[in-house]
Design a protein. Structure first.
Length: 492
């Protein structure tokens, strides 16, 4: 399991281990193969496009496997360059890790990758001189701040037609840096020198930089589990969810975006994110009169919290004449999105009805138009005790959409079989689900289990069932994985 840490926090022993492993790969010729894999990819197939993030996730993952191999340490993770604290005087640029800035001529003279110790290659694989750096000298003198990262972290969807540097709104395009505060591109330009051309992996800082890019994508995926990779299909070849990506070998994992979407499945763990300060969040009492609020500044969003004591259907709603937009987060985590809605309520009000398990939930309300102000009222009501607390699947009926929103969470469903026959119970979506089947007429005996019998990573159980009540339990294959899925039962 790769444990990826903030480069500035590494111990002396961790720094030495990372440097020694990079040097060993260089000596084997493996490191330069990575430089060429990036340099000889089609520029526009791996940058300025949706595959930018999965391509580089797979790329640094493959290097990490090599680092683990040569070091003999299966937990060695690429350290990440935490930009807000990674300026030129940060300890990651000390001589025991990356070495620092170049001299007046741009040549790196300090650290393990200094001139005489480390030679870069050109895109033909030929030696091309020493490593070069020129911190802040190429027109972008500062690094991204945490506020700028937070700003990009709130952008949805993942990407948007025309799937290039003009895409807007697009999380990928903002993280890559063509619009918005400029995160990824700025890091390359700020380091300068060898980090500018397509041979930029010549500087080991490349991998720490892209590790930070990947961490931000990972955190965004965790925050918005219902916002999947786009385009699923219909985009340029090499960019769709199940297309092979340019210049990516098939290896331990596949070469398609879908193969790398779940960091947990890849065994990647980022060190603990700093706990976020919790501002006082107003409490909504379930069943009480709606709470009055207003958006006084264009673009502002209000956050409320409420407590659900036990499982049941609940409706979150706004009233009034404003066009509100609502996003629900939880349970017990203000960063995990459950659902969002624009106009399901009366007039232009937003409304979400959902089965909620016990816990604390959060509602974020904004106005649909980011340029207007207005007031509204927001409330939550229980839709009454349901006759069955377990969601019921109807044979040959509609799918139920749900999500695993917490580590180790599992969802339970029930369904009735009236005629003995062959039935299939299956999940769909991009989450790697795992399913167990129990019954008849009891939740206890397990009669079947499945991981990947369905389409791609979905679970599917196909089985002869006698009449009775059955229960299906769905969890993520990884104990720390989360994500959304749909489930249905069909008679064959
Ligand atoms: Cu790149």
């Amino acid at each position: 399991m790769a444990i990826r840490k903030d480069a500035n926090t590494l111990t002396a022993a961790e720094r030495a281990e990372f440097v020694t492993a990079i040097q060993a790969l260089k000596a084997e010729g493996i490191y330069d193969q990575f430089v060429l894999r990036h340099a000889n990819a089609i520029m526009s197939a791996i940058h300025r496009c949706p595959a930018f993030l999965p391509w580089h996730r797979r790329f640094i993952f493959d290097l990490e496997l090599e680092l683990q191999r040569v070091s003999g340490n299966p937990n060695l993770g690429i350290p990440y360059w935490n930009w807000p604290s990674g300026e030129s005087n940060a300890s990651m640029w000390n001589d025991d890790l990356l070495g620092g800035n170049g001299d007046a001529g741009g040549v790196v003279r300090n650290g393990p990758f200094r001139a005489g110790q480390w030679t870069v290659i050109n895109s033909s694989g030929l030696p091309a001189g020493p490593l070069m750096r020129a911190f802040g000298q190429n027109g972008l003198p500062t690094l991204p701040t945490q506020a700028e990262i937070d700003q990009v972290m709130s952008v949805t969807p993942y990407d948007m037609s025309p799937w290039n540097m003009n895409s807007h709104p697009s999380f990928r395009n903002q993280l890559e840096g063509w619009i918005g505060p400029n995160l990824h591109n700025r890091g390359h330009v700020w380091v300068g020198g060898s980090m500018l051309p397509m041979t930029s992996p010549n500087d080991p800082a490349f991998f720490m930089h892209h590790c930070m890019v990947d961490k931000i994508w990972h955190e965004w995926q965790t925050r918005f589990p219902n916002q999947g990779y786009l385009p699923a299909n219909g985009g340029p070849f090499g960019q769709n969810l199940t297309d092979p990506m340019n210049n990516t070998p098939s290896g331990q994992i596949g070469s398609r975006p879908i193969d790398v979407l779940d960091s947990a499945v890849l065994g990647i763990v980022y060190d603990g994110a700093a706990p976020q300060p919790q501002p006082q969040i107003p409490l909504i009492i379930v069943g009480a009169n709606p709470t009055l609020a207003d958006i006084g500044t264009p673009g502002e969003a209000d956050v409320f919290r409420f407590e659900i004591p036990s499982f049941g259907s609940h409706t979150m709603y706004t009233t009034g004449s404003s066009d509100t937009f609502m996003t629900l987060f939880g349970p017990n985590n203000p960063n995990i999105e459950v659902a969002s809605d624009d106009d399901a309520g009366e007039n232009f009000n937003s409304q979400i009805t959902r089965n909620l398990s016990a816990g604390t939930y959060y509602l974020r309300i904004r106005l649909y138009s980011p340029s207007t102000t207005g007031n509204y009222a927001v409330g939550v009501r229980s839709d009454g005790p349901s006759s069955s607390p377990i969601p019921a699947l109807i044979v040959n009926g509609a799918s139920i959409n749900a999500s695993i929103s917490l580590a180790n969470e599992s969802d339970l469903y029930r369904f009735d079989i009236t005629t003995e026959d062959i039935y299939s119970i299956e999940t769909s979506g991009t989450t790697d689900t795992f399913m167990t089947l129990h019954g008849p007429n009891s939740q206890i005996p397990e009669i079947d289990r499945n991981d990947d019998g369905g389409v791609s990573l979905n679970a599917r159980i196909r089985r002869q069932l006698v009449a009775g009540e059955y229960f299906a339990r769905v969890r993520h294959y990884s104990p720390i994985g989360i994500g959304s899925y749909s489930i249905r039962v069909t008679q064959e």
